[in-house]
Ligand binder design. Sequence first.
Ligand code: MN
Length: 355
Amino acid sequence: MKLGLGLYRHALTPENFRFARQCGCTHIVAHLVDYFNGGAHSKADDQPTGGKQGWGYAGDRDKLWSLEELASLVKAAAQEGLEIAAIENFDPAHWYDVLLDGPKRGEQMEGLKTIIRRMGQAGIPCMGYNFSLAGVAGRISGPFARGHAVAVGVEAGDNTPIPNGMVWNMVYDPLAPSGTMAEITADELWLRAKRFLDELLPVAQEAGVQLAAHPDDPPFATLRNTPRLVYQPALYQKLLDLNSSPCNGLEFCIGSIAEMTQGDVYEAADQYSRQGKICYVHLRNVRGKIPSYRETFIDEGDVDILRVLRILQKNDFDGVLIPDHAPQMSCSAPWHAGMAYALGYINAALAAIRA
Ligand SMILES: [Mn+2]
């Protein structure tokens, strides 16, 4: 197993690449969506939370990520001795009508295919995505972790309808007419996801790029009056069974799975790593399950992290682990300290299970 660090768009700097390398990382998972663009959200050195209007504005719908941009990212990471393991999340501006089955769906699917081909050309082997209408919404933050460290959590579900012009917790059209997103069934959402996979997976396979699905965070059956796709561990199997392509994989989020009300995080880790379907892992800890949970330091929640790692090792998982989120530590660099703590812990845990 390999150690990686996830970096938000504004944090993709040579200094942070060096920080990752110093923490023992060999890989980077890069976010190209700017989650902090103009919204009423938490400060950019923490993970975004936001209110009913979401995180902020999506990117430029007319500008796909270019091959030059992707290749220069790979080069900048390589200069610090790192590989780009994956890009995490499509920009809502590039696929809102794929999610919503709207009039630009066909055009936007072509755009996603272009992005995947460019990733293959740039040598980026994996695209993490979250097929979700509400996205990561409804979270709160507070001094929830050990020593009053600020972490995020969920206290209750939120079924306030999503305003027009917003999807995946970001605004893609600030000029949309008033009103709210049309209500759909869970079956309709699954049809949209299958259509997306059936069209994109052949391109991904040709490009040598894995598509890796993140489960729903937070894993409610419905959120903001929309159905959710993968809110129980067994629904990951349903997603895999939609299309047998070797590129149909998982961005396996231990924290989100532990927040689910059914199943068991260890059984899920075993089931999906045994099939060789895990592309990379979000490794974090949590206390509680929906409707009320809190993210914690990696060594204080409900999940036995070493047990998870032993299961992944037994099933020969050889991909990248990243800390996902970490509580903010009280010092002049709260995000970096939180990540360094998590990475040090995971590194030691990997040494322990190898011994
Ligand atoms: Mn995650």
